[in-house]
Unconditional design. Structure first.
Length: 54
């Protein structure tokens, strides 16, 4: 009986670790997308500044 509880606890822990990893990956993807957008905006602003200075 005790072994069954240990197996259940291990399975739950493994599931929670997997969920946590997926959440971290999702946050990293969101952050990467946000940084990409900011970089694109900076490039566009630089292009506009160069165009205005000509």
């Amino acid at each position: 009986m005790n072994l069954m509880h240990e197996n259940l606890a291990r399975a739950q822990m493994t599931a929670r670790l997997g969920e946590a990893q997926q959440m971290r990956q999702g946050r990293q993807l969101t952050l990467a997308r946000r940084q990409h957008r900011k970089a694109e905006q900076a490039v566009q602003q630089a292009r506009l500044a160069i165009a205005r200075s000509l």
